[in-house]
Design a protein around this ligand. Structure first.
Ligand SMILES: [Ca+2]
Ligand SMILES: [Ca+2]
Ligand SMILES: [Ca+2]
Ligand SMILES: [Ca+2]
Length: 399
């Protein structure tokens, strides 16, 4: 699909040399977990590579959702929303790539949004309000085939409701699916940001994000081939594309000012090869926005999801990523290595700009990660689901 694997070879070679002691670089890191997180194995079954949290039975406790299943807090009793099965992590994909918990129809009961295999329409399961039986499945807007492998759950129009930022594989357009905004509404509406036939919209595209690149007050869309300049109108379909080099195929792209120079940079992680990078915003000779890529980490490969959350309570959002365990069933470089879950602590304006911490080395991450307070201590906890199972990590970091 891409030449990501060939691009990754020099990095693997470098790490091999590091292991042999012939090369040392500052990016060489220990992979011993920090013990700052309490791990709970919800299940070792492969049921989903997406995960969500929501209070599905309205008992005041957040439950964990993974695909067609949910696990009831506090004992994580498994329930099925609709008929499904366990999948074989070495042979197949599941029917659930990314998940989101939200009250879609605003009836007071949290529902579950599921992004299916890339290119297929997403759907949501309507909460049956503690009644027995299957959850009703609703297809998301206009059967848009969600092309990008890391669509974003982002509030695009600022109405307080999370929407979905993605590529539409049919029209090859950057679009967003607006969450229903009125109680009782069930339809998600498709709005185009870019024109048709733009980069980053092919099926299996890797890398998309949202943030204000040029600091004009409007968020822009970043893809690895460049950025679409945002305007006040989120329905115009004419956001201008500016080509720029934002590195290799990647998962969710995070827009933040890493080096504290007032210009927003982009952090990305390789979806199927090796590398976590920050792309420093610079100006080229004509004064146009360009990016200079810096390697942050080569601790683990297949970092197929990321999320930002302030884990240590210092007021700065941290970057969380992990290895997509058996991403392609064991055919990728580094697949036999430990499935690591990790976070990066940013200290803008000071060197070093980031510090790497390992949360765990036998879980990894799937296609999306949840960072949310699960136990009421006001610190974000981390929840993941992938071919290795479903895991909760309770945050015990000291402030
Ligand atoms: Ca609902
Ligand atoms: Ca919204
Ligand atoms: Ca902007
Ligand atoms: Ca910067």
């Amino acid at each position: 699909m891409t030449n990501a694997y060939s691009q990754a070879k020099p990095l693997f070679k470098m790490r091999q040399q590091m292991a042999e002691g012939t090369v040392t670089t500052p990016s060489s890191k220990t992979v011993v977990p920090s013990n700052d997180f309490k791990k709970t194995k919800i299940t070792g079954d492969f049921i989903s590579e997406g995960v969500a949290v929501a209070d599905l039975n309205k008992d005041g406790k957040l439950d964990i959702v993974a695909g067609y299943y949910w696990f009831e807090a506090p004992n994580w009793t498994r329930h099925e929303m609709a008929p499904s099965r366990l999948f074989d992590p070495r042979k197949e994909y599941s029917n659930s790539f990314l998940n989101l918990g939200m009250d879609v129809n605003q009836d007071g009961w949290d529902d579950v949004v599921v992004v299916d295999f890339p290119g297929l329409p997403g759907f949501w399961f309507e909460n049956p309000k503690n009644q027995a039986g299957q959850w009703k499945k609703h297809i998301l807007a206009d059967s848009v085939g969600i092309a990008n492998e890391s669509p974003g759950f982002i509030d695009i129009d600022g109405d307080g409701r999370l929407d979905i930022l993605c590529g539409d594989k049919a029209k090859k357009q950057i679009v967003w699916l607006k969450a229903p905004s009125k109680p009782g509404e069930t339809e998600w509406k498709r709005f185009a940001l870019s024109q048709e036939n733009v980069p980053g919209t092919e099926i299996f595209s890797h890398g998309i994000g949202y943030g204000d690149v040029n600091k004009d007050g409007f968020n822009d869309v970043v893809i690895r081939e460049g950025w679409f300049e945002g305007t006040a109108d989120k329905t115009s379909g004419n956001w201008v594309f500016h080509p720029a080099n934002l590195g290799e195929p990647c998962s969710h792209m995070q827009v933040l000012d890493v080096n504290g120079d007032g210009k927003n940079d982009v952090v990305s992680a390789s979806a199927h090869a090796l590398g976590v990078w920050w792309h420093e915003q610079v100006a080229d000779e004509q004064g146009k926005i360009d990016f200079k890529t810096h390697l942050m980490s080569n601790t683990t490969a297949q970092t197929h999801s990321s999320i930002m959350a302030d884990l240590n309570g210092d007021g700065q959002k941290d970057y969380i990523t992990g290895k997509r365990f058996l991403a392609h069933h064991g055919r990728d470089p580094g697949d036999s290595e430990a499935p690591i879950l990790m976070w990066f602590e940013f200290t803008p304006g000071q060197a070093p700009y980031y510090k790497e911490h390992v949360i765990d080395n036998d879980s990894g991450a799937g296609l999306n990660i949840v960072a949310q307070d699960m136990n009421g201590d006001r610190k974000p906890d981390v929840v993941v689901a992938n071919k290795n199972g479903v895991y909760l990590f309770e945050n015990r970091l000291k402030r």
